[in-house]
Design a protein around this ligand. Structure first.
Ligand code: SAH
Length: 358
């Protein structure tokens, strides 16, 4: 297979251009054209005959936005077609000041099979390549740019387990955060993981903790975590705690602990007290996510009062917490609803996105 230009981090781009005789000094021009300005190789200025040489030794992954499902709250679920016919979804979430957050996918399906996640019911088909992840971001950037909006944040929280697609995730972050190209600030990129501890360690070392880490905690005890997250059988709460305490947090960075509120399952006093004990000494914020329903899900959605009650109890134990009120449910684009259903059936009320309850 020839090299996929779109997925090459900058140093690898230099090496590649040297190897094919074009010369590393053209790397910044290629990067600016391809990533910042999203131009095809043949239209990158001042490459001249080099464009042909590069094209002969490489390819550029293409993805197609085949559908956009809009939720009444302005969130859009994008269906992204890959070259082999596989599809993934990403979600564009409006923020303040015409800025957007992109929730992106790293795998076609997912192998983790978390019981509260629609993607988990699909199984894993394959991981995306770094080029496919970057192309997914470019597709969303084009859409946003056409509306004079700016893509500001990237969250690796779509379909798949980013640290299971480790190399593609790392290389795509390296490409997207490189200042020769799109230059997303590392504090604007968040990678979310179910908790693969060896990979968390590697990820922390790779970026010195500058790229944000979110851990899907979802429980305070091993018993409950194992009931809802099958892979938790291999990773104890104690192992997770060690990995989180060891994770570097430069500047004002904090660790995000995601917690899907499953009424009667993980929102009991006992469970929340265990969370409080677990996160002691950590610079972390618990992000409560009201469970988003999907067909066949074994849980129900919490009421607004149940979510606020969990929040209040955490606050009372001095655990920093926020609530991620669902966005995009009206287009099946909320957390854990990505399962490539084509129709966008409305699923309940949409509360839109403030982070403070009441
Ligand atoms: N595989 C990554 C990314 C998953 S999606 C991970 O496990 O972190 C991002 C977040 O949404 C995760 O915390 C995930 O556990 C959560 N989530 C999944 N399904 C959900 C649902 N139905 N309702 C609310 N949150 C959900």
């Amino acid at each position: 297979m020839s090299v996929d230009l779109l997925g090459l981090p900058y140093p690898e781009m230099e090496t590649f251009l040297d190897r094919i005789g074009v010369g590393a000094k053209h790397a910044s021009r290629v990067y600016r054209g391809m990533h910042r300005n999203m131009l095809p190789l043949s239209e990158i200025p001042f490459l001249g005959r080099h464009a042909g040489v590069i094209a002969a030794h490489s390819h550029t992954t293409k993805v197609v936005l085949s559908a956009v499902h809009r939720s009444p709250d302005g969130t859009r679920r994008l269906v992204v077609d890959l070259e082999d016919g596989a599809q993934v979804e990403s979600v564009l979430i409006p923020m303040r000041n015409d800025r957007q957050t992109l929730c992106l996918s790293t795998q076609v399906g997912c192998a983790m099979a978390c019981r509260f996640c629609a993607t988990g019911t699909l199984g894993l088909t394959r991981s995306l390549t770094a080029g496919e992840i970057v192309a997914q971001v470019h597709a969303a950037r084009r859409l946003a740019a056409g509306e004079n909006r700016q893509l500001r944040n990237l969250v690796y929280m779509g379909m798949g387990e980013p640290l299971h697609a480790y190399d593609a995730t790392i290389d795509s972050v390296r490409v997207l955060s490189d200042d020769h190209g799109v230059n997303f600030g590392s504090q604007h990129i968040t990678v979310s993981t179910v908790g693969l501890v060896q990979r968390i360690k590697q990820f922390g070392e790779q970026f010195g903790g500058r790229v944000m880490l979110a851990l899907s905690l979802h429980a305070g005890t091993d018993a409950v975590r194992q009931r809802i997250i099958p892979t938790a059988v291999r990773v104890s709460m104690a192992d997770l705690r060690q990995a989180c305490l060891a994770h570097p947090l430069p500047g004002k960075r904090v660790l995000m602990l995601e917690y899907a509120v499953l009424p009667g399952v993980n929102d009991t006093d006992e469970e929340l007290a265990a969370v409080a004990a677990w996160q002691k000494g950590m610079r972390a914020v618990v992000n409560l996510i009201p469970f988003n329903p999907f067909p066949g899900a074994p849980y129900r959605s919490p009421t607004r009062a149940e979510v606020i009650s969990a929040y209040d109890r955490l606050q009372a134990m001095r655990v920093p917490a926020t609530i991620r009120w669902p966005r995009g449910r009206g287009a099946n684009g909320a957390c854990g609803q990505l399962a490539l259903r084509q129709r966008s059936a409305s699923a309940g009320t949409d509360h839109t996105g403030d982070l403070t309850p009441r």
